[in-house]
Design a protein around this ligand. Structure first.
Ligand SMILES: *Cc1c(COP(=O)(O)O)cnc(C)c1O
Length: 410
């Protein structure tokens, strides 16, 4: 019996009678027990010597994840906060910026830029494709006066399961010889899909804790180039909490200007250890492999993946199109009620039309099999037209293509 308090029963987390909940939304993701245990420690003095060591170790482990040698600013805040930080540190009221409609998250970032007083050119998209490098080049080549101060892209569009080719976008900016800053949202790709802040000449990389980094929600990041730092000295948008300079200066001593999310940082320290133990190339290969197995299941069911271009398939998640006349959210509700499986909802204009399978973060073959079994049973229960061969197709792929890190250990 739930205990009662004035106002009603206490919120019950363990609502399901037995076994683990399957949290297969594309973030927040499953938090490893190692990370949970690391956070379950007394909070320490964030101005003390122990904390300074923690900060330095985290920054050392974080840089190879962003693939940068430069500063990484960590915020107590969600990914949305880090979006705002990227804009307010680098831009001035009325600045023109170029953004691309890859899906719901790109649209939200655009809305934020407009609310902050930026003049956004939002290149329309079909929500099934990534940023087109040829369009980037054409738009920037036309801008001879260099009115665009920044180009923004979402690396992995979490609403659609489409990954934009950031290296190719960088090359397009270079071919147009355009000086705009390049800012990339990697909230659902960092530590899941190969991403290179320095090599790809990104000026601000925006990231969050609760997706590939396997942490609960609550911290977010800006990786910052020298060019972005220089722009921040001239930028006129008002900013206070999000200022980079104070944090970068204090991080050198291992501290933060205000109270950081201490226990989440314990968790980050542990999650980074896990990522480096597995090896980032193995982490990326694992995500690609689970994504491929998932797509094979979708095709064997006779359903369609939302992403049109195989070069843009996401390693983090797969968005699956519901057949006409069937409601993806009714299906998701059945999967939750019957199998304790949470699948991602359709966002924005995809509401009811797609469901999303998250296969990122702390995840393995049998978790994928369990997830796909839940999907297959849910499709049958909801009488969604499909074949029953999806799980078998995924298993065949997993059997045939062993995980590199595991087979080496065997
Ligand atoms: C989750 C997500 C966001 C939003 O992050 P919050 O932590 O919810 O504020 C933004 N962009 C992308 C690509 C995301 O996946």
């Amino acid at each position: 019996m739930p205990r009662t308090v004035p106002g009603g029963p206490l919120f019950q987390l363990d609502s399901h009678p037995s076994g683990r909940h399957f949290l297969q939304i594309p973030g927040p993701t499953n938090v490893p027990d190692r990370v949970l245990r690391a956070m379950d420690r007394p909070t320490i003095d964030h101005r003390g010597p122990e904390f300074a060591r923690l900060t330095r170790e985290i920054l050392d482990r974080l840089r190879p994840v962003f693939q940068t040698a430069g500063p990484i600013v960590t915020y107590a805040g969600s990914g949305t906060g880090a979006w705002e930080a990227a804009l307010v540190n680098t831009l001035s009221p009325g600045d023109r910026v170029l953004m691309f409609e890859t899906g719901h998250f790109a649209a939200l970032w655009r809305n934020m830029a407009q609310k902050l007083g930026l003049a956004v050119e939002f290149v329309p998209g079909d929500w099934r494709s990534g940023v087109d490098p040829a369009l980037v080049e054409a738009k920037l080549a036309d801008d001879r006066a260099h009115a665009f101060k920044a180009v923004m892209a979402v690396h992995n569009e979490t609403s659609t399961g489409v990954t934009s080719r950031i290296a190719a976008v960088r090359q397009a900016i270079d071919r147009a010889r355009h000086p705009a800053l390049f800012m990339v949202d990697t909230i659902s790709s960092l530590a899941s899909i190969d991403y290179r802040h320095d090599e790809w000449g990104v000026d601000v990389t925006v990231a969050g804790s609760q997706k590939g980094l396997m942490l609960p929600p609550g911290i977010s990041f800006n990786a910052v180039s020298d060019k972005a730092l220089a722009a921040s000295k001239r930028a006129k948008l008002p900013r206070s909490y999000w200022r980079w300079d104070d944090t970068i200066a204090m991080n050198r001593q291992g501290y933060f200007p205000s109270t950081p999310a201490t226990n989440l940082l314990y968790g980050l320290h542990e999650a980074l250890a896990m990522l480096h133990e597995e090896g980032l190339p193995n982490v990326f290969a694992r995500h690609q492999r689970h994504a491929e197995a998932t797509r094979r299941a979708v095709r064997a069911w006779g359903l369609d993946v939302l992403c049109r271009n195989p070069a843009e398939y996401s390693g983090s998640l797969t968005a699956v199109m519901m057949p006409e006349g069937h409601d993806a959210d009714a299906f998701r509700a059945t999967a939750l009620a019957r199998f304790d499986l949470s699948l991602g909802t359709g966002l924005g204009k995809l509401a009811g039309r797609v469901f999303r399978v998250g296969h990122l973060g702390f995840f393995n073959d049998l978790m994928l099999c369990g997830t796909l079994c839940g999907v297959e049973m849910g499709l049958a229960l909801c009488q969604v037209p499909h074949t029953g061969n999806g799980v078998e197709a995924a298993m065949a792929h997993l059997r045939g293509a062993p995980q590199a890190a595991l087979s080496r250990a065997a």
